[in-house]
Design a protein around this ligand. Sequence first.
Ligand SMILES: Nc1ncnc2c1ncn2[C@@H]1O[C@H](COP(=O)(O)OP(=O)(O)OP(=O)(O)O)[C@@H](O)[C@H]1O
Ligand SMILES: [Mg+2]
Length: 402
Amino acid sequence: MKDFKEFFLMTTEDAKRYAVEVLGRFRPDEKTDCIEIGDGNINYVFKIWSEEDGHSVIVKQADRLLRSAGRPLDQYRNKIEAEILRLEGELAPGYVPEVYYYDEIMSAVSMEDISAYGNLRKVLMAGNVYDHLAENFSTFVAETLLPTTDLVLAADEKKKRVKFFTNPELCEITERLVLTEPFYDFRGENKYQSENAAFVEETLYNDDALKVEVGKLRERFMNNAQALIHGDLHSGSIFANENGIKVIDPEFAFYCPMGYDIGNLVGNLYFTWANKAFTAAEDTAVLTAIEETIRKTVDLTWEKMSAKYDELVEYPFYKIPAFKEAYLAGVMADTFGYAGTEIIRRTVGSSKVMELNTVTDPATRAAMERALVKVGVRFVKERESLRTGEDAVRAFRAILAE
Ligand SMILES: Nc1ncnc2c1ncn2[C@@H]1O[C@H](COP(=O)(O)OP(=O)(O)OP(=O)(O)O)[C@@H](O)[C@H]1O
Ligand SMILES: [Mg+2]
């Protein structure tokens, strides 16, 4: 039997043994069971539980090869994930699973089981737009982002973190899948309804003014080491129930404009909105709730970020109100810009979302795609003049009314 002193990709039986021998979470004679619950493209996620009292643990293991494509992917991503989960747990207690152990040899993070929460994408599609969402989203981003910048951290500590969280292989995925391919289909992997071919050519591929703006966002993503971001904060990385949210899967973390995280979070809410608007327009309660969630998330993020700024920033120039205003306005412009690129890439790019995939009527799906691309383009191009929750919802309402 293999011990755990040299890396190998575990089976469920290995994971059960690992939870006893390495983690010490179960007695050697305790009856346990294990399933692999990974539903993503990248890693393996084992859930091990006691058949006696039900207590459980999650072990997320990063293989040397990408799960979906079989090509090599740096296992350092797992170390980044363990460390940012630990940091986020300190900054925003209760918002991420507790990390029990990080195992560099096995490339495995062992953590709290958050199975009592459901994948936000599915939760929202089921019509459960909990009242607390905007409060919790805005608290999570305000608590975890600004304190990692050098407006707050000492310059040397911040630079040490930039070095630790340098994540080139996962950044390359974002640079390609989010910030290049949707606008320039050089590998022929974009996917959308065939009746939208001319629309996509005109609105995305042939619009140099749009590409200039996407280019600016791409260049900022690659060069502006503003804050330690989660890096993949879409609705499948957030879990929710009636009591609150839990954020998982921060393996794309690195230093980048914080608007990338906020934009991902906000941008993904438009998929629920679009899905419900096109397939369940009679369900006005859900439509209103999702619109309110977007509006409040944007406004509360500004308010809480502003309060956090007053609480934590001490450097005299940065305390001058005009500097603070410009800084926060920049964060919001990035938020709209990256919400736009996220909406566009999930609509026409290779990586899709269930809110679109589950719409089987071609004409409905094509209309949804056009509405989403239009709002995404507007957010990218007009981001400098967009700031409030009302700006965020007004734009899509107008497009839906066309
Ligand atoms: N701490 C946890 N508690 C309960 N379930 C979890 C936990 N972590 C992950 N999962 C489950 O495993 C699934 C995959 O986890 P995760 O998204 O972290 O994996 P991944 O391979 O990095 O995925 P992706 O391809 O999206 O990057 C989640 O959608 C969730 O259902
Ligand atoms: Mg992941």
